[in-house]
Design a protein around this ligand. Structure first.
Ligand code: NAP
Length: 281
C-alpha cells in the first residue's frame, strides 16, 4: 500500500496533487513520443494527475504528447499549459490558447500560465485570461517566473488577484524564494509550483544527498522532492521519460525528513540570508 499523494488547494477551491509531471523536452523526437505518452499515462495511473506543458516545448510537440497521454481519459488529468510572452497580448493570448487546445485535443486547459513576463501589459494578458475563463476554455490562470515585485504589480491590475499559481525555479540548489516569495505566496494561499525540482538532474550525484538517501532507504531524487513538498502549498513537477522513475518520484511522499536531515541540508544548501533576485532557466 502506498501513501496517497497529498493535495494542495488552489484559490478557486479546487485541489491538485503536490507531485505532478513535467514535459519539457518531450515531443522533440518523433521516435520517443509514444513512449513519453505512455510514461505520462503511468503517472496518471499513480495519481500524478497534474501534467505541466507549454506551447514553447518542442514547438507544440510536448502538448501533442500530452494529448496522446490524456486521450480517452481527460477527466483523470489536470492539464497546465503556458502562453509565451511574445503571444501574450489580449488577442494573441486567446489565439495561443485556441492553438494549445487543438494540439492538446481537449476543450479546456485546467490552468493556463503566462510563461514569463514580456513586453505586453499584464492588464492585457489578465483580461484575456479572464475572458477565456468565463468561456470555460481555461479553469484558472496563473503566472510563471514572477518575483515578488512582479506579483505586487499583478495584484494591482484589475482581477490580477485571481492568479492561481506562480511556477518558479525551486530546488535545493536554488532556495532564493524561501526569503520572501514562498512565504508571501503561502500567506495569500497561492500555491508555488516548483519547476526543475531536481535542478535538471544536477542534484542527483551530490554526496551528502546520497548519504541522507541511504539512511532513508530512498533515492536522491526522492530526498530532493521530499524536501520541497514538505512546505505547505508547494507542488513539484519533475520530468522523466522513464516509468520506473515516475514510480520513484511518486514514492517521495513516503519520505519524511527529520530535523537532523534538515539541519544538514541547511548547512550544505544554505537558505537565503537576504533577498535574491528570482533565478530562471
Ligand atoms: P527536473 O525535473 O529537475 O529534472 C529532469 C531531469 O531529471 C531529466 O533529465 C530526467 O531524466 C531526470 N530525472 C527525473 N526523475 C529522475 C529520477 N527519479 N532519477 C534520476 N533522474 C531523474 O527538470 P525540468 O524538466 O527542467 O523541470 C521539470 C518541469 O518543470 C519541466 O519538464 C517543465 O514542465 C517545467 N519547467 C518550467 C519552466 C518555466 O519556465 N516555467 C522552466 C523549466 C521547467 P529522464 O527523463 O531521462 O528520466
Amino acid at each position: 500500500m502506498h501513501d496517497a499523494i497529498p493535495t494542495t488547494t488552489l484559490p478557486n477551491g479546487g485541489t491538485v496533487p503536490v507531485i505532478g509531471q513535467g514535459t519539457w523536452h518531450m515531443g522533440e523526437r518523433k521516435a520517443s513520443a509514444a513512449e513519453e505518452a505512455k510514461t505520462l499515462r503511468h503517472g496518471l495511473d499513480l495519481g500524478m494527475t497534474l501534467i505541466d506543458t507549454a506551447e514553447m516545448y518542442a514547438d507544440g510537440g510536448a502538448e501533442r504528447v500530452v494529448a496522446e497521454a490524456i486521450r480517452g481519459r481527460r477527466a483523470d488529468a489536470f492539464v497546465v499549459s503556458k502562453v509565451l510572452p511574445t503571444n501574450a497580448s489580449r488577442d494573441g493570448t486567446t489565439k495561443a490558447c485556441e492553438a494549445s487546445l487543438k494540439r492538446l485535443g481537449t476543450d479546456h486547459i485546467d490552468l493556463y500560465l503566462l510563461h514569463w513576463r514580456g513586453r505586453y501589459l499584464l492588464s492585457q494578458t489578465v483580461d484575456a485570461f479572464e475572458t477565456l475563463r468565463q468561456a470555460g476554455k481555461i479553469g484558472a490562470w496563473g503566472v510563471s517566473n514572477f518575483d515578488s515585485d512582479d506579483m505586487e504589480e499583478l495584484f494591482a491590475v484589475p482581477e490580477g488577484g485571481n492568479v492561481a499559481t506562480n511556477q518558479v525555479l525551486y530546488n535545493l540548489n536554488r532556495r532564493g524564494i524561501e526569503y520572501d516569495l514562498l512565504k508571501d505566496s503561502q500567506a495569500r494561499g497561492i500555491p508555488i509550483m516548483a519547476y526543475s525540482p531536481l535542478d535538471e538532474g544536477r542534484l542527483l550525484r551530490h554526496p551528502e544527498l546520497i548519504h541522507i538517501a541511504k539512511a532513508h532507504q530512498a533515492t536522491v531524487a526522492q530526498i530532493a522532492l521530499a524536501f520541497l513538498i514538505r512546505n505547505p502549498g508547494v507542488i513539484v513537477i519533475p520530468k522523466t521519460g522513464m516509468p520506473e522513475r515516475v514510480r520513484e518520484n511518486r514514492a517521495s511522499v513516503e519520505v519524511h525528513l527529520t530535523a537532523d536531515d534538515l539541519a544538514i541540508l541547511d548547512r550544505v544548501f544554505p537558505p537565503p540570508a537576504r533577498k535574491m533576485p528570482l533565478e530562471m532557466i
